[in-house]
Structure formats: structure tokens, C-alpha cells
Design a protein around this ligand. Sequence first.
Ligand code: AHR
Length: 488
Amino acid sequence: MSQLKMTIDRTNERSKINKEIYGHFAEHLGRCIYGGIYVGKDSPIPNINGYRKDVVEALKALKVPVLRWLGGCFADTYHWKDGIGSPEERRKIVNIHWGGVTEDNSFGTHEFLDFCELIGCDAYVAVNLGSGTVQEAAEWVEYMTSSNVSPMTELRKKNGREKPWNVKYIGIGNESWGCGGSMNPDYYSSLYKQFQQYIPSNGKIACGPNATDYNWTDAIMRNCQYSGMRGLSLHFYTVPTGDWSKKGSSVGFPENEYYSTISNTWEMETLLKKHDAVMNRYDLDKKIALVVDEWGVWTDVIEGTNPGFLYQQNSMRDAILASVNLNLFNEHSDRVKMANIAQMVNVLQSVILTEGERMVKTPTYHVFDMYKDHMEAKLVYSHIENKQILDGRYLPAVSQSVSVDASGKLHITISNASLDEDFDIDCVLPRTEYKTATAKILTAKFDTCNTFDDPDAVTPKAFDDVKLDGESLKFTLPKCSVLAIELC
Ligand code: AHR
């Protein structure tokens, strides 16, 4: 077992970790909304006004801060008036991007915003820029958020909602360089400016780049920096093999694919640094946020499931991947103000999977749960003398972040991606007087999943191999594990 030296400088407080970094994304895709979140009031599955009771409880426990809806690619095909009024009379449409299935629009504006109120999170709604009009988008925002008298607010009241909802963020289009209209950045900039002019909101998020498209970031910042842009989105998915035509499986994958997945995940670090550097050319004060509103692992679908539904399992590997990403977002929280894992239930890297009336919390769920004390805390400086796992490709063994919350407690989250080696962490915390250390660990064989028959195969446990002695903290970090330590 090797020793790794770590330093935490509690006196070096850095940026605030916005709670929205722990946000989620839910699209009308596969069984995310229907079956995953919403089953309808008449369902035999226990529900609260149609929302699954088990899912609501699990999400409340996670303290979900913000939920991005309704796409994704679906957003730029959506006409919001299809999803209001009596559910029986709502227009049925074809979901052209995701399996060509019928979308009956029974989950619409009211159902989404009421759901956010139920689980206690902020709402982030993406308006249709790709195939919709400025008037349609402006009217939707008015319908949702205005307390004034207008045809749209009258319509809302007629549909049963007197008071406006609080919609904190509005996304102006989604992946406008791809499924949202195949635009070039200058064309998108002009449309963004036109749309945003008629949308009263302090939370407008412009469509940002696809992964490494730094030209896109540069063009949008140059063209739109003074046009009410609260944030610029970034989408990046980890593909295990790196090959979109054969992404790799979410179950029973080999060890080398585990390592390529984690190594590919570290690409996020480069993206955050480089997009931040481009944004700095226009916005050194970091007033415009980088919003990573789609991230996670994207594997081949589970065999026998609809390829358009993007249903995959979730393993201990994905817990390590989540840990690396969340630590990176914390570390870059001076620029990254929101992130939304794709997607909340039953799609891609979900925190929850459902099958009929059964539900499981995935290993990724547990990572979010173990990290939730970072929300709204202050990032503090930490450094570890890291070790490379693989020769020839970037793959640090350890990933960490440290924060101090409003009550002064210190929260350390740290993961070990190595499958062979435990580490003795020898950490110094100069000028601190913490008295007690408590810790939780998530660990299992790298491909272990929580299944409907074995829902707790990967679940956090108390961990007591942590010794705090004055300014010294020593602990063992087992291979393939995520650890959360709290110092009081
Ligand atoms: O999350 C699945 C899809 O990935 C989204 O609809 C789209 O925005 C992205 O390409």
C-alpha cells in the first residue's frame, strides 16, 4: 500500500459551491417521465397526484436543488400549449427523437412545475428555439411566471393555477448546433438575442458548446455577452470505449473498459479549464456561468430494450465517475454554477431505476447523497500528491474536493479509482482544531449494480478507519471506493 500526502488549507477559502451543481435533468425520453416520475393518478403504483411516491421520497432525501426539463432534443420539438388543459383533450404527438413513440402530453407545464414544488427544487425550463417561435416562447414564460393580467395568465388561472410559479432558469434552445437546429454559432447568437429580448428572466441560459467546441464558446461569448446571459451550457458525456458506434455495456464490462471510462471522464477537467479560459477573454469576473447541464456516462442500452429509450444499468464504476465529475465541478465552482446529471430516472446515468412498482437507488444516487453537504458550502484549498494508474493515458488514482459549511464543519469527498491499490492518506490541516471525524464509504467490485432483486448491493456504510489527531488526519482509502469524511 502506498502513502499519499495531502494538504488542506482551511484558511484558504475559495468559491462558493452553488447547490445547483447537484442538479438533475429529466427529458421526455423513454421511461424517465412516464413510469419513472409520473404514473398518473389512477395507477396502482402508490402515487401522490400521479407522481410515484417512492421516487418523490428518494428525491426529497437527496435535496435535489434544481431540475432541468423537458429536453434535451425533445425541447426543440415541443409546443407547450399541447401540454396544458384537460389531459384527455391534450394533443398526442410523435416523439421524433426518442423511439418515435406517442407522447400523450399528460405530463406538461403544470405537472412539471407542481412536481418541482413537491420535491422542493427550483425549475429550469428549456424553451423551443429550434422549431418554435419567439411569441410561443415568450407566452410560455408569461404563462408560467407572470402575476399580471394577460391572456396567458388568465389561461393559467382557467387551468387551475392562480399564482405564478417560480421558474429560476430558462434555457434558450438545446444543442442548437445539433438536434436543436443544426445551426452555426453566429446564426444561433442572432436567434438567442432575438428570443431573449422577449423573455423576462434573470436566469437565461444560452446554448453552449458540444464538448470541445471552443469556437462555439468564443462566438457566443463575443456575440451575446451583454444580452442577458446568466449562463452558457456545456454538454459532455463519457463514452466508455470512446467510440459512439460501440459505446460499451453498462453491465459485465471488462477491467480495461472500467479504466478507459474513468480516464475518459477526466476529459471534463480539460473542458472546464479550456472553456473557462475562453470565457475569461470576455468575462474575467466570471459573471456568466458555465452550466454543465448534461453530463454522465452513456453506454449501449440494456439488451432487449428499445434503443431509443437509452436505458442502462449503473454500477460502482459509475459511482467513481460521478465522484470525479462532482469533485471537478466543486473545484471549478468559481465558473461552474450549475450541473445537471443526465438523467434523473431510467435514462443514461440515473440516480433511480424503476420497473413496474419496484424502484432502486443506484450507486450514483448514493454518491449524490454522500456529497450533498457540499451544497452552498465554501470550497477550500486541497492538494494531494496523486498517482497515475495507467501508463500512457491520463488517469489519476485519486480525486478529491473539500469544503467548509456555514456551521464550520469540514467536508472531504475523495475517491480511489484504482482496482489494485489501497492508499494510506496522510493529510495535514494546519491551523485547525477539529475534534471528531466521521466517515461513510461506498465500495464494491467495479461492475456491481443495484438490481431490483438486490437493491442494496452497493450502499454506503459507516467507515471508522479515520484518525484525527490535532492537525493530522490519517485514513486508508480502499481501492474502488468513494469516501465522505466530516470533521467537526
Ligand atoms: O440526454 C440525451 C440527449 O443527449 C439529449 O436529448 C440531448 O440534448 C443530448 O444529445
